[in-house]
Design a protein around this ligand. Structure first.
Ligand code: AMP
Length: 249
């Protein structure tokens, strides 16, 4: 991905002024909306910890833990892992030292009860939710993206066989890891995941809009353009430094 001069300027600007210690972000959007791709950018530019619940479940699956075995039954069907299990996993992850400098949640919350659980976790950590970035993508685009998606087994970097292929087929540009197709990126499970998204996750858009923390970003088009818009939204958030700091006094 190449960045234009304007993009690079925005990124530098954000990186220069970002007092990241109090930035706690949520990335909201359907499966394949590009949350992971944008999370990578934000992680690199702002040094935020990237917590993707899907990745945490897949790691447990790979290590054959009890949690992984439980999660598999839901993941294979395109359904959500129960709220209490997921929220406990997130609470545990955010309680670790590397989350103290700010974090970026990707794929959590995905239900209204999970949003309530997150509010509780944040309250216990004496933190506030800084912003929810909602990446808006049509169902049609999601289906096309997920059917061609490949992911690195090692570093989880996403690719697309047509729209964002690696330099060498089947090999990750970044770390040389093997690319694979996720078991849940098949047509039947993609349809089930989209249904789950509309039924259980989409109500969060209105929920966070009412709280006043939602920023909608058009998630279709050039990746670099979307990244510029995401960074511009975050920059808006960090500009009134004094006001934000005061609210934590
Ligand atoms: P993702 O990698 O975000 O597409 O997630 C893959 C699968 O992991 C989902 O289809 C769910 O089965 C499960 N999962 C990920 N995040 C959550 C969550 N917040 N709540 C429940 N299940 C989740």
């Amino acid at each position: 991905m190449t960045l234009s001069v304007v993009d690079a300027a925005v990124i530098e600007d954000v990186a220069d002024v970002a007092p990241v210690s109090y930035i706690n972000l949520v990335l909201l959007g359907g499966p394949g909306s590009g949350k992971g791709t944008q999370a990578e950018q934000l992680k690199n530019k702002l040094g935020l910890l990237h917590v993707a619940t899907g990745d945490l479940f897949r790691m447990n699956l790979k290590n054959n833990t009890e949690l992984g075995q439980l999660a598999r039954t839901y993941m294979d069907r395109g359904e959500l892992v129960p709220d209490d299990v997921t929220a406990a996993m997130v609470r545990d992850r955010l309680g670790q030292p590397d989350a103290q400098a700010g974090f970026l949640l990707d794929g959590f919350p995905r239900t209204l009860p999970q949003a309530a659980a997150l509010a509780e976790i944040l309250m216990d950590m004496e933190r506030e939710l800084s912003m929810v970035l909602y990446i808006k993508v049509s169902d049609e685009e999601i289906i096309s993206r997920l059917s061609g998606r490949r992911v690195c087994r090692e570093c989880q970097t996403p690719y697309h066989v047509k729209f964002n292929p690696p330099a060498q087929e089947g090999v990750c540009d970044r770390c040389g890891g093997e690319l694979y197709q996720r078991a849940d990126d098949n047509p039947a499970t993609i349809r089930a995941r989209l249904e789950t998204y509309h039924e259980q996750t989409a109500p969060l858009i209105e929920y966070y809009q009412q709280i006043g923390v939602l920023r909608a970003i058009d998630g279709e088009g050039e990746v670099s353009e979307i990244t510029t818009n995401v960074l511009a939204a975050v920059q808006e958030l960090i500009k009134p430094k004094t006001a934000l700091k005061m609210s934590y006094a």
